[in-house]
Design a protein around this ligand. Sequence first.
Ligand code: ADP
Ligand code: NA
Length: 339
Amino acid sequence: PRPQVIFSGIQPTGIPHLGNYLGALQRWVQLQNDASPETTLIYSLVDLHAITVRQDPRQLRQWKKESLAMLLAIGLDPNRSIIFHQSDVPAHAELMWILSCQASTGYLGRMTQWKDKTANERENSEKLKLGLFSYPVLQAADVLLHQTTHVPVGHDQAQHLEFARELASGFNHVYREDIFTYPETMISPAKRVMSLTDPSVKMSKSHSNPKSRILLTDDKQTIEQKIKQAMTDSLGPVTYDPQSRAGVSNLLDIVLHCDAGQTYQTVDDIVSIGNRLSLKAFKEWVAERIEQTVRPICERYADIVGEQKQLDRIAEEGAERARASARPTLHRVKETVGL
Ligand code: ADP
Ligand code: NA
């Protein structure tokens, strides 16, 4: 069998939050630490995806640096994993163009994320940007370029991975059978982490209210404040009911996943502690559990983020290795289509 190739990405559009960590990044580190020596691990800061919405150039550059420092702070090891900025590897954009000549606009138009993000502007297509429409094609290129076998992502990405497999199989059928590997989606076991201020939507870097998310750089006091102000209800002792008690249930899920099976096996274990506490005491306890997860990351991040030269060197070495990983596939694809 082919050796495993694991690929995933995160947009450098802000300091990663607890949802990114519990839904994706924590898993990346686990996969790295459990991987057999033959497994290739590739983690990208997908800056080309970040510009599908307008970004302030200086801010984006800053976020790229901070996001790289954060990937190191959570425990990714640049000697083991290939860590790189997507735009440092032109093959991603090149393959995207070639794949987009195969991609169906009908299929892209049915993507849930496209429909959600453009729901308010449907009538005003002058404002809708081609990059936002076609970015699943770039995502497919990211994955297919490296002959990826496994893609660890959150639930929100499953549809895009399905699209990547369709594109790969379409291309393989039109040209030759063995160009692209079909990537398997590895959905994170952690539930979607919901916004603290509106538990009906997911915690996100792009949510305008900073109190909606816990950042991996938040200190104790900030975490306590945000959890204290998190939207819950006054329905009495804590119970787990994501439908009618979304806020409380989100906090229970967060504790469960921060713990990662060390003390608590199921959400009921956490309910049985929470339901003996007042809401105030419960929230203090939740904040404490989150703080235990975030603190070591935050401390490592503070040590790393100022090391500009070292970060530049790690980015350059990662880019070099990613270019080498991309080269054979792009070469074969170009040859196959006659370029
Ligand atoms: P964001 O939406 O915050 O900008 P990204 O699009 O950069 O995050 O996603 C990076 C990874 O984090 C993806 O694998 C995505 O599935 C995961 N992720 C993002 N938000 C959440 C969340 N609230 N809960 C769980 N996983 C999430
Ligand atoms: Na996103």
